[in-house]
Design a protein around this ligand. Structure first.
Ligand SMILES: *Cc1c(COP(=O)(O)O)cnc(C)c1O
Length: 426
């Protein structure tokens, strides 16, 4: 199969997810055509050309990126089992590819547990990592056999005892600025309370918040977790065996720094713990770079040297994150000028202008980009936003015209997964 024939899969509600992802090979050791960056842009052009009248925004989910990022995880943190935090992006094909690449899942609600089980993933690959679960959700978890959850309050113990008495627990401890987690003085009462309720506390969890900037904090957090392990022994309770180091990872050099810190701290603090299971809850790390959002230019204005453009998905749709999340916009923004520059749609070498880009909503929050250099574009050209997978489709909600849940997703497989793909060739 050459790249021209790469299947452009539009995901309908009836699509058979497993078959779709398998037929997309590359996942699960199958061979497939891999696209270079230029080919990826050609692929987007082909999607646009296929339906020239459709100007709706669309996503490209790059399974090559998913594979690449999983390889990075496995090479840097081979002893840490990832439970992908579904809340970041619950796209079913994305979840399936992660499941097939060996990831397990951190679910925060009944709906997320359902979505993961629907992929055929077994319940023992799910952690209910929400320290405040409703009774109904706990009852559901019990009924499907999701038997591992976090807690940080005695009220949670009461609910779990009542609704899910077979659940094993991780005590969530507070580290840094996050609102979740038990304070140091609450640890002993919380361990005792669970013990009294006959609920086994099998380990400790922490989450340092998103996009952790100072990886040293993993070291301090692992040290705090070890103190809780020791406290359990002093209290005469069964020995803990599970450590959950949470999420907070971003792709790139920061990931390597975090991994180095963790790989130093684990043997340093837990070197004498035989058969320790180490798990984690990365969300952004897997989701962010895997999705690209392609949006149509629906309006233009020229004022002197300034170019202003309106695109058809605004801050209240997929781009809510740009408004709320200072860590967002790690990706790139590139033109796809299929209308005004069909022979050179990526506009290589063309003069650029100071540009402002607005979403379709007429209020002062609608600005997506300011002072951004773009070539001269026109209505019906497109803008390609990479790195849009964290939050974008799950955080968007219906507002004006933007129903982000309705945005189509196409699959591609870029060459980013190249090096390790060679090992998998058949
Ligand atoms: C949101 C969340 C995560 C994932 O965070 P990322 O920054 O996406 O890695 C992990 N654990 C908990 C408890 C969370 O709330």
């Amino acid at each position: 199969m050459d790249s021209q024939q790469l299947p452009a899969l539009v995901l309908g509600t009836n699509s058979n997810i497993h078959q779709t992802v398998f037929s997309c090979n590359g996942v699960n050791n199958k061979r497939m055509t891999r696209l270079s960056e230029a080919e990826l842009y050609e692929f987007m052009q082909s999607i646009i050309a296929m339906n020239p009248d459709i100007k709706d925004p669309f996503y490209v989910l790059d399974l090559g990126s998913v594979k690449c990022i999983m390889d990075q995880w496995n090479s840097k943190l081979p002893k840490v089992r990832p439970f992908y935090a579904v809340k970041r992006n619950p796209d079913p094909i994305f979840l399936t590819s992660l499941a097939m690449l060996g990831s397990d899942f951190d679910c925060a609600s009944q709906a997320e547990v359902k979505a993961v089980l629907a992929l055929g993933v077994s319940a023992d690959r799910i952690i209910f990592a929400n320290t405040c679960k409703s009774e109904a959700h706990l009852k559901y978890a019990a009924s499907v056999g999701v038997n591992l959850a976090t807690y940080d309050s005695p009220y949670e113990i009461e609910k779990i005892k009542k609704m899910h008495p077979k659940c094993a627990l991780l005590l969530q401890i507070k580290v840094g600025e996050t609102k979740i987690g038990a304070l140091p003085e609450e640890v002993i009462p919380l361990l005792r309370a669970a013990h009294m309720a006959h609920l086994p506390v099998v380990g400790v969890a922490f989450h340092l918040g998103t996009a952790v900037r100072h990886p040293e904090v993993y070291c301090a957090a692992i040290a705090s977790a070890k103190m809780v392990f020791d406290t359990t022994v002093q209290l005469g309770m069964p020995k803990m065996y599970m450590l959950d180091i949470g999420g907070g990872f971003t792709a790139g050099p920061q990931f390597c720094e975090a991994a180095d810190t963790i790989n130093f701290a684990l043997p340093f603090y837990f070197g004498n713990e035989q058969s320790l299971e180490i798990i984690s809850e990365p969300g952004r790390f897997f989701a962010e770079s895997s999705f690209t959002l392609v949006m149509n230019i629906i309006g233009k204005r020229v004022r002197g040297s300034l170019r202003e453009y309106w695109i058809n998905d605004g801050l209240y749709g997929s781009m809510t994150n740009m408004l709320n999340d200072p860590n967002c916009a790690t990706g790139t923004i590139k033109p796809l000028a299929v209308e005004s520059s069909p022979d050179n749609p990526t506009c290589h070498g063309l003069k650029t202008y100071q540009s402002t880009v607005y979403g379709p909503i007429c209020n002062c929050f609608g600005t997506i980009l300011t002072n951004y250099q773009l070539p001269e574009l026109n209505v019906n050209d497109w803008l390609v936003f990479s790195g849009m997978g964290a939050y974008s489709s799950s955080a968007g909600y219906k507002f004006n015209c933007c129903d982000t849940t309705a945005i189509r997703t196409y699959l591609a497989y870029s060459k980013r997964g190249e090096p390790s793909m060679k090992e998998n060739k058949i």
